[in-house]
Design a protein around this ligand. Sequence first.
Ligand code: NAI
Length: 434
Amino acid sequence: ETTYVPYKVKDISLAEWGRKEIELAEAEMPGLMSLRTEFCASKPLQGARIAGCLHMTIQTAVLIETLVELGADVSWSSCNIFSTQDHAAAAIAAAGIPVYAWKGMNEEQFNWCIEQTLFFGEDRQPLNMILDDGGDLTNMVFDKYPELIDGIKGLSEETTTGVHRLYERMKNGTLHLPAINVNDSVTKSKFDNKYGCRESLVDAIRRATDLMLAGKVAVVAGYGDVGKGSAESLRSAGVRVIVTEIDPICALQAAMEGFEVKKMADAVKEANIVVTTTGNKDIVRAEHFKAMKDKTVVCNIGHFDNEIDVAWLNSNYGSTKVEIKPQVDKYTIDGNDVILLAEGRLVNLGCATGHPSFVMSNSFTNQTLAQLELWTNTDQYGKEVYTLPKHLDEKVARLHLAHIGVELETLTEDQASYIGVTVEGPYKPEAYRY
Ligand code: NAI
Protein backbone atom coordinates (compact mmCIF):
# COMPACT_ATOMS: atom_id res chain seq x y z
CA GLU A 1 0.00 0.00 0.00
CA THR A 2 1.07 3.55 -0.69
CA THR A 3 0.45 6.49 1.63
CA TYR A 4 -2.42 8.70 0.55
CA VAL A 5 -1.57 11.60 -1.75
CA PRO A 6 -4.78 13.17 -3.15
CA TYR A 7 -3.09 14.22 -6.43
CA LYS A 8 0.19 15.43 -7.87
CA VAL A 9 0.32 17.77 -10.86
CA LYS A 10 2.67 20.50 -12.08
CA ASP A 11 0.50 23.52 -11.26
CA ILE A 12 -3.08 23.37 -9.99
CA SER A 13 -3.67 26.99 -11.00
CA LEU A 14 -3.78 25.80 -14.63
CA ALA A 15 -7.12 24.10 -13.88
CA GLU A 16 -9.33 26.90 -15.20
CA TRP A 17 -7.56 26.94 -18.58
CA GLY A 18 -7.73 23.15 -18.68
CA ARG A 19 -11.47 23.25 -17.99
CA LYS A 20 -12.07 25.65 -20.90
CA GLU A 21 -10.22 23.34 -23.30
CA ILE A 22 -12.03 20.27 -21.93
CA GLU A 23 -15.33 21.99 -22.74
CA LEU A 24 -14.17 22.65 -26.31
CA ALA A 25 -13.03 19.03 -26.63
CA GLU A 26 -16.40 17.73 -25.42
CA ALA A 27 -18.03 19.36 -28.43
CA GLU A 28 -15.74 17.29 -30.68
CA MET A 29 -16.24 13.99 -28.81
CA PRO A 30 -19.80 12.93 -29.66
CA GLY A 31 -19.22 9.24 -28.93
CA LEU A 32 -18.24 9.85 -25.32
CA MET A 33 -20.94 12.48 -24.80
CA SER A 34 -23.64 10.18 -26.09
CA LEU A 35 -22.50 7.39 -23.74
CA ARG A 36 -22.91 9.94 -20.94
CA THR A 37 -26.49 10.59 -22.06
CA GLU A 38 -27.23 6.88 -22.47
CA PHE A 39 -25.86 5.78 -19.07
CA CYS A 40 -25.90 8.80 -16.73
CA ALA A 41 -29.10 7.64 -15.00
CA SER A 42 -28.32 3.93 -14.65
CA LYS A 43 -24.63 4.44 -13.62
CA PRO A 44 -23.53 0.98 -14.76
CA LEU A 45 -19.93 1.49 -13.56
CA GLN A 46 -21.01 2.07 -9.95
CA GLY A 47 -18.57 0.25 -7.66
CA ALA A 48 -15.80 0.17 -10.27
CA ARG A 49 -12.44 1.56 -9.16
CA ILE A 50 -10.67 2.08 -12.45
CA ALA A 51 -6.94 2.78 -12.43
CA GLY A 52 -6.00 4.32 -15.77
CA CYS A 53 -2.54 4.79 -17.27
CA LEU A 54 -2.89 6.71 -20.52
CA HIS A 55 -1.47 10.03 -21.82
CA MET A 56 -3.00 12.68 -19.51
CA THR A 57 -4.28 15.01 -22.23
CA ILE A 58 -7.40 17.13 -22.67
CA GLN A 59 -9.03 14.30 -24.63
CA THR A 60 -8.22 11.83 -21.87
CA ALA A 61 -9.82 14.21 -19.39
CA VAL A 62 -13.10 13.80 -21.32
CA LEU A 63 -12.69 10.01 -21.11
CA ILE A 64 -12.01 10.17 -17.36
CA GLU A 65 -15.06 12.33 -16.71
CA THR A 66 -17.19 10.01 -18.84
CA LEU A 67 -16.16 7.04 -16.69
CA VAL A 68 -16.99 9.09 -13.58
CA GLU A 69 -20.35 10.09 -15.05
CA LEU A 70 -21.09 6.38 -15.58
CA GLY A 71 -20.54 5.79 -11.86
CA ALA A 72 -16.89 4.77 -11.56
CA ASP A 73 -14.19 5.97 -9.19
CA VAL A 74 -11.16 6.73 -11.29
CA SER A 75 -7.46 7.33 -10.60
CA TRP A 76 -4.98 8.30 -13.32
CA SER A 77 -1.35 8.39 -14.39
CA SER A 78 0.20 9.13 -17.78
CA CYS A 79 1.84 6.34 -19.80
CA ASN A 80 4.69 8.54 -21.01
CA ILE A 81 6.98 10.98 -19.19
CA PHE A 82 6.44 13.75 -21.78
CA SER A 83 2.79 13.31 -22.79
CA THR A 84 0.92 15.03 -19.97
CA GLN A 85 -0.77 18.35 -20.69
CA ASP A 86 -0.38 20.08 -17.35
CA HIS A 87 -3.58 22.11 -17.68
CA ALA A 88 -5.56 18.93 -18.36
CA ALA A 89 -4.08 17.22 -15.31
CA ALA A 90 -4.79 20.30 -13.19
CA ALA A 91 -8.44 20.41 -14.26
CA ILE A 92 -8.89 16.72 -13.38
CA ALA A 93 -7.25 17.23 -9.98
CA ALA A 94 -9.43 20.28 -9.34
CA ALA A 95 -12.50 18.15 -10.13
CA GLY A 96 -11.50 15.94 -7.18
CA ILE A 97 -10.19 13.03 -9.25
CA PRO A 98 -6.86 11.58 -8.11
CA VAL A 99 -4.33 12.18 -10.89
CA TYR A 100 -0.55 11.82 -10.74
CA ALA A 101 0.97 13.27 -13.90
CA TRP A 102 3.10 16.14 -15.14
CA LYS A 103 5.09 16.81 -18.31
CA GLY A 104 8.80 16.08 -18.03
CA MET A 105 8.91 13.65 -15.11
CA ASN A 106 11.73 11.13 -14.74
CA GLU A 107 11.46 7.32 -14.83
CA GLU A 108 11.39 6.98 -11.08
CA GLN A 109 8.56 9.51 -10.76
CA PHE A 110 6.79 7.72 -13.64
CA ASN A 111 6.65 4.48 -11.63
CA TRP A 112 5.71 6.36 -8.45
CA CYS A 113 2.74 7.90 -10.28
CA ILE A 114 1.46 4.56 -11.56
CA GLU A 115 1.83 3.11 -8.06
CA GLN A 116 -0.30 5.88 -6.54
CA THR A 117 -3.23 4.91 -8.76
CA LEU A 118 -3.46 1.37 -7.36
CA PHE A 119 -5.12 2.43 -4.10
CA PHE A 120 -8.10 4.75 -3.74
CA GLY A 121 -8.86 7.33 -1.08
CA GLU A 122 -7.78 7.58 2.53
CA ASP A 123 -9.05 4.07 3.25
CA ARG A 124 -6.74 2.77 0.48
CA GLN A 125 -9.27 0.63 -1.39
CA PRO A 126 -7.43 -1.30 -4.12
CA LEU A 127 -8.31 -0.90 -7.81
CA ASN A 128 -10.72 -3.41 -9.36
CA MET A 129 -10.36 -2.46 -13.06
CA ILE A 130 -7.36 -1.56 -15.25
CA LEU A 131 -7.40 0.79 -18.24
CA ASP A 132 -3.96 0.73 -19.83
CA ASP A 133 -1.98 2.15 -22.76
CA GLY A 134 1.21 0.23 -23.45
CA GLY A 135 1.03 -2.22 -20.57
CA ASP A 136 3.14 -0.52 -17.90
CA LEU A 137 0.28 -0.43 -15.35
CA THR A 138 -0.67 -4.04 -16.17
CA ASN A 139 2.95 -5.14 -15.73
CA MET A 140 3.23 -3.32 -12.42
CA VAL A 141 0.14 -5.08 -11.06
CA PHE A 142 1.10 -8.52 -12.41
CA ASP A 143 4.77 -8.36 -11.45
CA LYS A 144 4.88 -6.19 -8.34
CA TYR A 145 1.39 -6.41 -6.79
CA PRO A 146 0.14 -9.92 -7.68
CA GLU A 147 -1.94 -9.98 -4.49
CA LEU A 148 -4.24 -7.37 -6.13
CA ILE A 149 -5.05 -9.54 -9.17
CA ASP A 150 -7.87 -11.51 -7.52
CA GLY A 151 -9.83 -8.33 -6.83
CA ILE A 152 -9.59 -7.07 -10.42
CA LYS A 153 -12.31 -7.92 -12.94
CA GLY A 154 -10.45 -7.12 -16.13
CA LEU A 155 -8.32 -4.79 -18.18
CA SER A 156 -8.66 -2.89 -21.41
CA GLU A 157 -5.60 -1.99 -23.49
CA GLU A 158 -5.33 0.95 -25.87
CA THR A 159 -2.34 0.44 -28.15
CA THR A 160 -0.64 -1.98 -30.56
CA THR A 161 2.43 -2.40 -28.37
CA GLY A 162 0.43 -3.08 -25.20
CA VAL A 163 -1.81 -5.54 -27.04
CA HIS A 164 1.28 -7.32 -28.34
CA ARG A 165 2.45 -7.78 -24.74
CA LEU A 166 -0.97 -9.21 -23.77
CA TYR A 167 -1.01 -11.82 -26.55
CA GLU A 168 2.50 -12.81 -25.51
CA ARG A 169 1.30 -13.24 -21.92
CA MET A 170 -1.67 -15.31 -23.12
CA LYS A 171 0.76 -17.57 -25.02
CA ASN A 172 3.06 -17.91 -21.99
CA GLY A 173 0.20 -18.49 -19.56
CA THR A 174 0.93 -15.28 -17.60
CA LEU A 175 -2.22 -13.36 -18.50
CA HIS A 176 -4.00 -13.31 -15.16
CA LEU A 177 -7.11 -11.33 -16.15
CA PRO A 178 -9.67 -11.03 -18.93
CA ALA A 179 -8.41 -8.40 -21.35
CA ILE A 180 -10.09 -6.39 -24.08
CA ASN A 181 -7.90 -5.37 -26.99
CA VAL A 182 -9.28 -1.91 -27.79
CA ASN A 183 -6.60 -1.25 -30.41
CA ASP A 184 -8.01 -3.76 -32.88
CA SER A 185 -11.48 -2.34 -32.97
CA VAL A 186 -11.69 -1.03 -36.52
CA THR A 187 -12.84 2.31 -35.14
CA LYS A 188 -9.59 2.52 -33.13
CA SER A 189 -6.56 1.34 -35.13
CA LYS A 190 -7.91 2.28 -38.57
CA PHE A 191 -8.75 5.79 -37.28
CA ASP A 192 -6.58 6.90 -34.33
CA ASN A 193 -3.39 5.17 -35.48
CA LYS A 194 -3.89 6.28 -39.08
CA TYR A 195 -5.91 9.50 -39.30
CA GLY A 196 -4.70 10.65 -35.87
CA CYS A 197 -1.05 10.43 -36.89
CA ARG A 198 -1.90 12.01 -40.24
CA GLU A 199 -2.72 15.16 -38.26
CA SER A 200 -0.38 14.95 -35.30
CA LEU A 201 2.97 13.92 -36.82
CA VAL A 202 3.52 17.00 -38.94
CA ASP A 203 2.08 19.15 -36.15
CA ALA A 204 4.80 17.84 -33.81
CA ILE A 205 7.66 18.33 -36.27
CA ARG A 206 6.52 21.87 -37.03
CA ARG A 207 6.10 22.87 -33.38
CA ALA A 208 9.48 21.39 -32.52
CA THR A 209 11.57 22.63 -35.44
CA ASP A 210 9.73 25.29 -37.48
CA LEU A 211 11.30 23.55 -40.46
CA MET A 212 9.98 24.24 -43.96
CA LEU A 213 8.65 20.79 -44.82
CA ALA A 214 7.76 21.21 -48.49
CA GLY A 215 10.56 19.92 -50.68
CA LYS A 216 12.25 17.90 -47.95
CA VAL A 217 12.86 14.13 -47.98
CA ALA A 218 11.61 11.93 -45.14
CA VAL A 219 12.06 8.27 -44.30
CA VAL A 220 9.11 6.61 -42.58
CA ALA A 221 10.13 3.28 -41.04
CA GLY A 222 7.13 0.93 -40.96
CA TYR A 223 3.95 1.12 -43.04
CA GLY A 224 1.39 -0.29 -40.62
CA ASP A 225 -1.50 1.86 -39.42
CA VAL A 226 0.71 4.51 -37.80
CA GLY A 227 3.14 4.43 -40.74
CA LYS A 228 0.31 4.92 -43.26
CA GLY A 229 -0.92 7.99 -41.40
CA SER A 230 2.59 9.33 -40.86
CA ALA A 231 3.63 8.94 -44.50
CA GLU A 232 0.43 10.68 -45.63
CA SER A 233 0.96 13.45 -43.07
CA LEU A 234 4.37 14.23 -44.51
CA ARG A 235 3.26 13.85 -48.12
CA SER A 236 0.45 16.33 -47.64
CA ALA A 237 3.02 18.82 -46.35
CA GLY A 238 4.91 18.51 -49.64
CA VAL A 239 7.55 16.10 -48.38
CA ARG A 240 8.98 13.36 -50.62
CA VAL A 241 8.50 10.23 -48.53
CA ILE A 242 10.52 6.99 -48.61
CA VAL A 243 9.10 4.03 -46.68
CA THR A 244 10.98 1.07 -45.16
CA GLU A 245 9.23 -2.22 -44.38
CA ILE A 246 9.91 -5.87 -43.59
CA ASP A 247 6.42 -7.09 -44.51
CA PRO A 248 5.90 -7.63 -48.26
CA ILE A 249 2.18 -6.78 -48.04
CA CYS A 250 2.76 -3.42 -46.35
CA ALA A 251 5.71 -2.68 -48.64
CA LEU A 252 3.49 -3.34 -51.66
CA GLN A 253 0.76 -1.14 -50.20
CA ALA A 254 3.26 1.71 -49.78
CA ALA A 255 4.41 1.29 -53.36
CA MET A 256 0.78 1.28 -54.62
CA GLU A 257 0.26 4.58 -52.79
CA GLY A 258 3.18 6.01 -54.73
CA PHE A 259 5.82 5.97 -52.00
CA GLU A 260 9.34 4.78 -52.70
CA VAL A 261 10.24 1.74 -50.61
CA LYS A 262 13.90 1.24 -49.78
CA LYS A 263 16.25 -0.09 -47.15
CA MET A 264 17.03 2.22 -44.24
CA ALA A 265 20.77 2.10 -44.99
CA ASP A 266 20.15 3.70 -48.40
CA ALA A 267 17.17 5.90 -47.59
CA VAL A 268 18.78 7.55 -44.59
CA LYS A 269 21.50 9.14 -46.75
CA GLU A 270 18.87 11.18 -48.63
CA ALA A 271 16.75 12.08 -45.64
CA ASN A 272 16.15 15.40 -43.93
CA ILE A 273 13.63 13.77 -41.58
CA VAL A 274 13.57 10.22 -40.17
CA VAL A 275 10.46 8.90 -38.42
CA THR A 276 10.09 5.46 -36.83
CA THR A 277 6.59 3.93 -36.59
CA THR A 278 7.30 0.20 -36.23
CA GLY A 279 6.64 -0.71 -32.59
CA ASN A 280 9.88 -2.68 -33.05
CA LYS A 281 13.35 -1.95 -31.65
CA ASP A 282 16.73 -0.94 -33.11
CA ILE A 283 15.36 0.70 -36.26
CA VAL A 284 17.72 3.72 -36.32
CA ARG A 285 21.17 2.58 -35.23
CA ALA A 286 24.80 3.74 -35.15
CA GLU A 287 25.49 3.14 -38.85
CA HIS A 288 22.37 5.12 -39.80
CA PHE A 289 23.24 8.08 -37.60
CA LYS A 290 26.70 8.13 -39.14
CA ALA A 291 25.27 8.23 -42.66
CA MET A 292 22.89 11.15 -41.99
CA LYS A 293 23.14 14.57 -43.61
CA ASP A 294 23.76 17.66 -41.52
CA LYS A 295 20.67 18.78 -39.49
CA THR A 296 18.61 15.62 -40.05
CA VAL A 297 15.56 15.59 -37.76
CA VAL A 298 15.08 12.19 -36.09
CA CYS A 299 11.95 11.18 -34.22
CA ASN A 300 9.76 8.24 -33.22
CA ILE A 301 5.96 8.00 -33.18
CA GLY A 302 5.81 4.36 -31.96
CA HIS A 303 5.00 3.61 -28.32
CA PHE A 304 8.45 3.03 -26.82
CA ASP A 305 11.75 4.87 -27.16
CA ASN A 306 13.84 1.88 -28.24
CA GLU A 307 13.08 2.29 -31.96
CA ILE A 308 15.91 4.81 -32.12
CA ASP A 309 19.19 3.84 -30.46
CA VAL A 310 19.28 6.89 -28.20
CA ALA A 311 21.48 4.98 -25.74
CA TRP A 312 24.22 4.72 -28.41
CA LEU A 313 23.83 8.41 -29.23
CA ASN A 314 24.17 9.40 -25.60
CA SER A 315 27.08 7.14 -24.80
CA ASN A 316 29.10 8.10 -27.89
CA TYR A 317 28.05 11.68 -28.62
CA GLY A 318 26.41 12.72 -25.34
CA SER A 319 29.14 15.31 -24.83
CA THR A 320 28.00 17.16 -27.97
CA LYS A 321 24.36 17.34 -26.85
CA VAL A 322 22.83 20.81 -26.77
CA GLU A 323 19.24 21.38 -25.66
CA ILE A 324 17.64 23.78 -28.15
CA LYS A 325 14.42 23.76 -26.08
CA PRO A 326 12.64 21.11 -24.02
CA GLN A 327 12.20 17.94 -26.12
CA VAL A 328 14.48 19.25 -28.91
CA ASP A 329 18.16 18.27 -28.68
CA LYS A 330 21.07 18.68 -31.07
CA TYR A 331 23.91 16.15 -31.24
CA THR A 332 26.97 16.50 -33.45
CA ILE A 333 28.27 13.32 -35.09
CA ASP A 334 31.60 13.78 -36.86
CA GLY A 335 30.76 17.33 -37.91
CA ASN A 336 27.09 16.73 -38.80
CA ASP A 337 24.24 17.82 -36.54
CA VAL A 338 21.34 15.50 -35.71
CA ILE A 339 18.17 17.00 -34.22
CA LEU A 340 16.52 14.46 -31.91
CA LEU A 341 12.92 15.11 -30.86
CA ALA A 342 11.40 14.10 -27.49
CA GLU A 343 14.48 11.99 -26.66
CA GLY A 344 13.13 9.38 -29.06
CA ARG A 345 9.82 9.03 -27.21
CA LEU A 346 6.55 9.31 -29.10
CA VAL A 347 6.89 12.66 -30.81
CA ASN A 348 3.27 13.64 -31.35
CA LEU A 349 2.62 13.61 -27.62
CA GLY A 350 6.10 14.82 -26.62
CA CYS A 351 6.35 17.80 -28.98
CA ALA A 352 2.66 18.49 -29.71
CA THR A 353 -0.66 17.64 -28.09
CA GLY A 354 -1.34 14.21 -29.58
CA HIS A 355 -4.30 13.46 -31.81
CA PRO A 356 -7.33 15.76 -32.17
CA SER A 357 -10.40 15.18 -30.02
CA PHE A 358 -12.70 13.82 -32.72
CA VAL A 359 -10.51 10.82 -33.54
CA MET A 360 -9.79 10.18 -29.86
CA SER A 361 -13.53 10.11 -29.23
CA ASN A 362 -13.63 6.98 -31.40
CA SER A 363 -10.81 5.33 -29.44
CA PHE A 364 -12.17 6.30 -26.05
CA THR A 365 -15.75 5.28 -26.83
CA ASN A 366 -14.25 1.82 -27.47
CA GLN A 367 -12.37 2.09 -24.14
CA THR A 368 -15.55 2.98 -22.27
CA LEU A 369 -17.51 0.14 -23.93
CA ALA A 370 -14.68 -2.25 -23.03
CA GLN A 371 -14.77 -1.18 -19.38
CA LEU A 372 -18.57 -1.55 -19.37
CA GLU A 373 -18.35 -5.04 -20.89
CA LEU A 374 -15.75 -6.30 -18.41
CA TRP A 375 -17.49 -4.73 -15.42
CA THR A 376 -21.07 -5.75 -16.20
CA ASN A 377 -20.58 -9.06 -18.10
CA THR A 378 -17.56 -10.34 -16.13
CA ASP A 379 -18.73 -13.97 -16.22
CA GLN A 380 -18.60 -14.09 -19.99
CA TYR A 381 -14.86 -13.50 -20.10
CA GLY A 382 -11.98 -15.88 -19.31
CA LYS A 383 -8.30 -15.02 -18.94
CA GLU A 384 -7.87 -14.30 -22.62
CA VAL A 385 -7.57 -11.34 -24.96
CA TYR A 386 -10.85 -10.35 -26.65
CA THR A 387 -11.85 -7.69 -29.14
CA LEU A 388 -15.19 -5.93 -28.90
CA PRO A 389 -17.94 -7.49 -31.03
CA LYS A 390 -18.52 -5.92 -34.43
CA HIS A 391 -21.92 -4.49 -33.52
CA LEU A 392 -20.20 -2.32 -30.89
CA ASP A 393 -17.49 -1.30 -33.36
CA GLU A 394 -20.26 -0.23 -35.74
CA LYS A 395 -22.01 1.57 -32.87
CA VAL A 396 -18.86 3.62 -32.20
CA ALA A 397 -18.71 4.68 -35.84
CA ARG A 398 -22.43 5.43 -35.92
CA LEU A 399 -22.11 7.77 -32.94
CA HIS A 400 -19.61 9.88 -34.88
CA LEU A 401 -21.53 10.37 -38.14
CA ALA A 402 -23.97 13.17 -37.39
CA HIS A 403 -21.25 15.51 -36.09
CA ILE A 404 -19.59 15.57 -39.51
CA GLY A 405 -22.79 15.52 -41.55
CA VAL A 406 -22.65 11.92 -42.73
CA GLU A 407 -25.94 10.41 -43.87
CA LEU A 408 -26.29 6.63 -44.21
CA GLU A 409 -28.34 4.60 -46.64
CA THR A 410 -30.61 2.00 -45.02
CA LEU A 411 -30.83 -1.53 -46.41
CA THR A 412 -34.20 -2.90 -47.44
CA GLU A 413 -35.06 -6.34 -46.01
CA ASP A 414 -34.65 -7.72 -49.51
CA GLN A 415 -31.21 -6.17 -49.99
CA ALA A 416 -30.09 -7.31 -46.54
CA SER A 417 -30.99 -10.91 -47.22
CA TYR A 418 -29.38 -10.72 -50.70
CA ILE A 419 -25.99 -9.86 -49.12
CA GLY A 420 -26.58 -12.08 -46.08
CA VAL A 421 -26.78 -9.49 -43.28
CA THR A 422 -29.52 -8.01 -41.16
CA VAL A 423 -30.84 -4.48 -41.68
CA GLU A 424 -29.34 -3.38 -38.32
CA GLY A 425 -25.94 -4.97 -39.02
CA PRO A 426 -23.26 -6.14 -38.42
CA TYR A 427 -22.60 -5.51 -42.08
CA LYS A 428 -19.32 -7.36 -42.61
CA PRO A 429 -17.98 -10.85 -41.85
CA GLU A 430 -15.19 -11.11 -39.22
CA ALA A 431 -12.55 -11.68 -41.89
CA TYR A 432 -13.29 -8.36 -43.63
CA ARG A 433 -10.27 -6.03 -43.34
CA TYR A 434 -11.63 -2.54 -44.14
P1 NAI B 1 1.48 -2.05 -37.03
O1 NAI B 1 1.85 -3.41 -36.60
O2 NAI B 1 0.23 -1.83 -37.82
O3 NAI B 1 2.67 -1.41 -37.90
C1 NAI B 1 4.02 -1.55 -37.63
C2 NAI B 1 4.72 -1.84 -38.98
O4 NAI B 1 6.14 -1.80 -38.81
C3 NAI B 1 4.37 -3.21 -39.53
O5 NAI B 1 3.82 -3.10 -40.83
C4 NAI B 1 5.71 -3.95 -39.54
O6 NAI B 1 5.83 -4.85 -40.62
C5 NAI B 1 6.70 -2.81 -39.63
N1 NAI B 1 8.04 -3.14 -39.13
C6 NAI B 1 8.40 -3.95 -38.09
N2 NAI B 1 9.74 -4.03 -37.98
C7 NAI B 1 10.24 -3.25 -38.96
C8 NAI B 1 11.57 -2.92 -39.37
N3 NAI B 1 12.64 -3.44 -38.74
N4 NAI B 1 11.73 -2.06 -40.41
C9 NAI B 1 10.65 -1.55 -41.06
N5 NAI B 1 9.37 -1.83 -40.71
C10 NAI B 1 9.18 -2.67 -39.70
O7 NAI B 1 1.46 -1.17 -35.72
P2 NAI B 1 0.80 0.31 -35.56
O8 NAI B 1 -0.58 0.19 -35.10
O9 NAI B 1 1.12 1.08 -36.78
O10 NAI B 1 1.63 0.85 -34.31
C11 NAI B 1 3.02 1.15 -34.39
C12 NAI B 1 3.50 1.72 -33.05
O11 NAI B 1 2.87 2.98 -32.82
C13 NAI B 1 3.16 0.87 -31.84
O12 NAI B 1 4.21 0.96 -30.91
C14 NAI B 1 1.90 1.53 -31.30
O13 NAI B 1 1.70 1.22 -29.95
C15 NAI B 1 2.22 2.98 -31.54
N6 NAI B 1 1.09 3.92 -31.66
C16 NAI B 1 1.39 5.24 -31.48
C17 NAI B 1 0.42 6.21 -31.62
C18 NAI B 1 0.76 7.65 -31.40
O14 NAI B 1 -0.14 8.46 -31.32
N7 NAI B 1 2.01 8.02 -31.31
C19 NAI B 1 -0.98 5.86 -31.94
C20 NAI B 1 -1.19 4.45 -32.14
C21 NAI B 1 -0.18 3.52 -32.01
